[in-house]
Design a protein around this ligand. Structure first.
Ligand code: 5GP
Length: 202
């Protein structure tokens, strides 16, 4: 069976990759990987839907057992992508999307080079600043640190396959959908199956 494709939406925090990801999952036939985290649930978040909320011990146990495709620590909390679930779905031919931060995205590329990395950019640092202020979780100093961090992260874009500027949500979502479509017409190892199909006709 043809292997599904793994899309990784990543990029600086505040660029809006979460919102884009939600829209993609709503409109495309693609599975969303639910991550494991040690942070506490916020608001309406549900276990098994937003995240698998686990203890530090449980998270560590998963690391020890090699259960993560990738994992990272972000602002004091651990986040990881359950390996078995993702690889299982891909082997059944299902496309999967991950919405993760950048350290994790690079790990995915290392262990699963066929993964397609999409970098989501904020339209500008000023806009990023506006979004962070609106979120209300950071003070002025934090915001400046974030902006510098964003600049450093943008410099890593060369290791990605695609980029999408999240200026207008609809357009950004369309762009990601086009990338998914294009990747399905890409000449990769799946074309061997296509060649065989033509051979069998003779
Ligand atoms: P939040 O705590 O706001 O839900 O997420 C914080 C950050 O963690 C976001 O940038 C999100 O993309 C990232 N994240 C969520 N799940 C994972 C994961 O499984 N692995 C990695 N590396 N990052 C994740």
């Amino acid at each position: 069976m043809e292997q599904g494709k793994l899309f990784v939406l990543s990029g600086p925090s505040g660029a809006g990759k979460g919102t884009i990801c939600k829209e993609i999952v709503r409109r495309e036939k693609i599975g969303l990987s639910v991550s494991m985290t040690t942070r506490a649930p916020r608001g309406e978040e549900k276990h098994g839907k937003s995240y698998y909320f686990v203890s530090e011990e449980e998270f560590q146990k998963n690391i020890d057992e090699g259960g993560f495709l990738e994992y990272a620590k972000i602002y004091g909390h651990s986040y990881g992508t359950p390996k078995k679930l993702v690889l299982g779905q891909l082997s059944k031919g299902k496309d999967i999307i991950l919405e993760i931060e950048m350290q994790g995205a690079f790990q995915v590329k290392n262990v699963y080079p066929e993964g397609i990395l999409i970098f989501v950019l904020p339209p500008s640092l000023a806009e990023l600043r506006k979004r962070l202020i609106a979120r209300g979780t950071e003070d002025e100093e934090d915001i400046l640190i974030r902006q510098q961090a964003t600049l450093n992260e943008i410099a890593l874009i060369h290791d990605y396959d695609y980029y999408v500027i999240n200026d207008e949500l609809e357009q950004a979502v369309d762009k990601v959908r086009s990338i998914i479509k294009a990747e399905h017409s890409k000449v990769d190892k799946n074309v061997d199956r296509l060649i065989r199909k033509y051979e069998e006709e003779l």
